[in-house]
Structures are given as C-alpha cells and as structure tokens.
Design a protein around this ligand. Structure first.
Ligand SMILES: [Zn+2]
Length: 470
C-alpha cells in the first residue's frame, strides 16, 4: 500500500471508466475462455493474429516456410501465403478479403474474415459483431432482465443468466457497468425506459470489445452484487442516518456471530444470501501485483496468504468471514466495496503489505473534507462517514490486541479507497516485515501471530460494541 492511493480520490470516476487503453481490440467469448486481443491496424484493414485467437481454445501450432504459413489446430489445418488472399482451410479454398500478412513468423488475417475462418477451423457456429468487435463461439451469450422494484426507495434489479463481473463507474445522473470478459448481450431492446422517476432508463451499448449498460437516474445510485454475481441491484446508497441502524447487524446475544435481521438498506443482498460478520479483502491481485516486496515476492500474494490466515482465526472465534477474493483475481476498488456492502458485514478488514519499516500499521478512513461541489455522487466517497466512530473503536481494539502480543503497531487515518466507500465499520491493516528481514514477510510463522491478534481485537470490539449498545 502506498499512501499515494489517496490520489485516487481526486480522479474522476469517468477516468476509471475509460479503462487501461484506447487501443483497438477484439473480445472473444467461448465456453472455454473469454479473452481480448489487440487489433493490428493497417491502412484500410484491421488484422488479428490467428495463432493468438486459437491458442486459448485448443492445441495449436504454426510453421513458417518461406512465404507459406501453415497452422494446425487440433485436427484442422490451414495454409496461408504472405501477401496473397488465396488460402486453404481443411483442404478447401478460402479467399481472404485482403492479403494475408506474415510478420516475423506471426500470421495476421483480416478481422473481417475471422468469423468465417473460425467457423471452418472449429467446425461450429461463430457470431461476430464487427462494429463492437465482439465474437461469440457457440451459444455463450449472457442474457439479462432489468426490472424496477416496488419497494421504497426504488431499485433496479438486474438478473443475469450467468455470473458477471463488470467494472462500475458513476458520474452525476449515470451509472456505467462495463463488461469486458462477460459475453453479455442486449435484452429485447437496447434501451429500456422505466416509469420510475428515480431510475429512468437502462441502455445497452457495445464498442471496442466491450459491452456497457448505462443506467440513468435522477438520484445518486450505487450498484451492489448478490446471488453469486448473477444479480446487480442499483439503488440509492444507505442514508447518512444509517449509523442508527448499526446495532441491527450486531449479534443479539453474546456468542452469536450471525446477524439475523435483514439489512434495511436497498443495497442489501438478495434474500437467502449468507450473512457474514467480517469481510476480509486481500488487496491487489491478478495483473495488479501491488508492491514488489522483493524480486520474487509480490504484495498480492502476501495479502492473500494473510487474508486466509485471518479468516481462519476469525472463524475460530465464531465470526463468520467472507474473503473478497480467495484466488489470484483482479478486482477494482469499486467492485470490492460493492461486494462488501452487498454482504453487509459488521466489520470490513482490508489487507496490504509493505517492505518498509516493521510491524503493523492500522488505518481508518477519513471524512472527505470540503468538496461540496462534487455533485450528487459525493455519497459514494462519504459512505464510510457515519461509521467512522465504529471503525475507530475497532482499530483501537485491534491495536490493543497487537500491543498485548508485543507486535509493534501504529494507528493512522487516511482517505484510503475503498475504506471510504464501505458502509460498515472498516479498517485497513498493512503488515511490514520483522525488523530487517523482508524474506520473512510471507512466512506463516510470522503472519500467524499477527492474524491471531487482529482476530482477537475484532472479537473484543464486538463485545465492546455490544456493551455500548445497552
Ligand atoms: Zn497495497
């Protein structure tokens, strides 16, 4: 973790939406893998590397012999010639719409020919949308419905035929869900209009290998996930007065870890969802490796190892715990916050690791200062504000537990995302190595006592909060 994370606060949500790059790409969806590949732009014609297209789908190899490029995919063969349109696929002539390109052993075919080439090579139906550059192999499309609830306040409930994992971004009056690796396809109409005055429409767009659903609203809205990623509920954030609702998620009796009362807010998980006392978030993951703690040790691996130990320690104390990620997956900060808020835990613990200094640093959020002019979506960044007192109480309790085990600890406040987007008590913990020996940072022997102390501190806080409630 770097305190510079705070800088993220100043980046407009719209910037997050634009993604990593404006490079042209094609996205391919199949039952085996969903992936995106770069487009190679040539005058008038877009090309794509055919070997790269097929690699995730099966056993594929290519051989170059002078101007000839021969490709083998499972039992199919295809042969192309540099700077020629004429090709052969499964012993049948095939005319490309533009010349084949051979570059350093890499075979490039016109994007316009990709679906018919793939259909012949794979021997099955392939659908290609050339305008959005989204290619579907077989019947893999994810369908969705969108319905306005009859509840107060109004929410929009979107149900998907398979789990989805869109990036969420907001701007005044709009919430964007961007689907890159989910083969989401339009419902009956690309634009759905609703009779609600709060949430007025949902539009489906496709562009550059992505699908996007844009929801327009006249009130600030958040998206929350439930039903294992199959349901997204869009609705107003919990009211600022939500702090008065905190006791509802505290155990009704000592020793009871579960909070039986359904959350009152609209960001609640669908009925039947498991209820968790704690959500532990191993920061970073996937392509986003976090800090390079040593040449071999990535922060994302240290945070996951520690998160798993912490889950075990919390479970041992009867505190049912959910990990935001239990694998090497990448998630945006908004997704982490949305998942946590949908789970509505009593406490959220975000885990980071650092190679500098020693011991443990504990962070709680900070109320955003000023910024009255940031529009109706201020609530997202201020979501933590009503819970800061609770968060500080948990941090104090955790610090005391660490101190009791002679583990050095410092307590700090910082406007760290996603802490400020969490609608429950929330702390971030950053573990640093024992003095002078970074290599020990990822050892269970070093992490275990820290995890045990943090869990003990969280458990103590529960008891204290319980007492405070009387
Ligand atoms: Zn970090």
């Amino acid at each position: 973790m770097r305190v510079a994370l705070a800088v993220l606060l100043t980046i407009a949500a719209v910037v997050l939406l634009s993604g990593s790059s404006e490079d042209k790409r094609v996205s391919i969806y199949s039952t085996i893998a969903n992936y995106s590949l770069p487009i190679v732009e040539r005058p008038q014609v877009d090309y794509v590397g055919l070997l790269e297209v097929l690699e995730p789908l099966g056993t594929v190899s290519a051989r170059t012999n002078k101007d000839q490029w021969r490709l083998r995919y499972n039992d199919a063969e295809a042969e192309f010639t540099a700077n020629k349109r004429a090709a052969r696929v499964r012993n049948t002539n095939f005319d490309l719409s533009a010349n084949f390109i051979l570059e350093g052993g890499r075979g490039l075919v016109p994007l316009a020919d990709l679906s018919s080439l793939l259909s012949r090579i794979l021997g099955g139906p392939v659908t290609f949308n050339p305008r959005s550059r989204r290619l579907f192999i077989g019947s893999v499309g994810i369908h969705f419905t969108a319905q306005i609830s009859n509840t107060t306040p109004t929410t929009l409930i979107m149900n998907f035929s398979s789990p989805v994992n869109p990036a969420i971004a907001t701007e005044p009056g709009k919430l964007h869900m961007t689907f890159i690796h989910d083969p989401v396809v339009a419902s009956s109409s690309p634009k759905l209009t609703f009779s609600s005055t709060a949430i007025t429409s949902a539009s489906f767009l496709e562009n550059n290998g992505e699908a996007e659903v844009v929801i327009t609203s006249t009130v600030p809205v958040l998206a929350s996930f439930s039903n294992n990623g199959r349901t997204i509920t869009v609705g107003p954030p919990p009211p600022a007065a939500a702090v008065t609702a905190v006791p509802r998620v505290l155990p009704a009796a000592p020793g009871l870890a579960l909070a039986p009362a359904p959350p009152a807010s609209t960001a609640a998980p669908a009925s039947g969802a498991l209820h968790y006392f704690a959500v532990v978030d191993a920061s970073h993951g996937g392509e986003e490796r976090g800090a390079a703690l040593t040449e071999q040790m990535a922060e994302k691996d240290v945070t996951l190892a520690f998160a798993r130990l912490l889950r075990q320690e919390l479970n041992n104390r009867g505190l049912r715990t959910l990990l935001v990620r239990d694998a090497d997956t990448s998630l945006t900060l908004d997704q982490r916050a949305a998942m946590t808020n949908a789970a509505a835990p009593v406490i959220y613990v975000c885990v980071h690791a650092a190679s500098q200094e020693t011991g443990v640093r504990l962070y709680t959020g900070l109320s955003p200062s000023g910024g009255e002019n940031v529009g109706p979506f201020r609530d997202w960044d201020a979501a933590q504000s009503p819970f800061l007192t609770l968060s500080d109480a948990v941090a104090t309790s955790v610090a005391a537990a660490l101190h009791a085990k002679q583990i050095s600890v410092r307590t700090l406040t910082a406007p760290l995302r996603p802490l400020n987007n969490i609608t429950s008590a929330a702390i971030a913990i950053e573990i640093a190595p024992p003095s002078g020996d970074v290599s020990q940072l990822n050892s269970a022997a070093y992490q275990q006592p820290i995890a045990a102390a943090v869990a003990a501190g969280v458990a103590d806080a529960r008891d204290k909060l319980q007492v405070t409630r009387e």
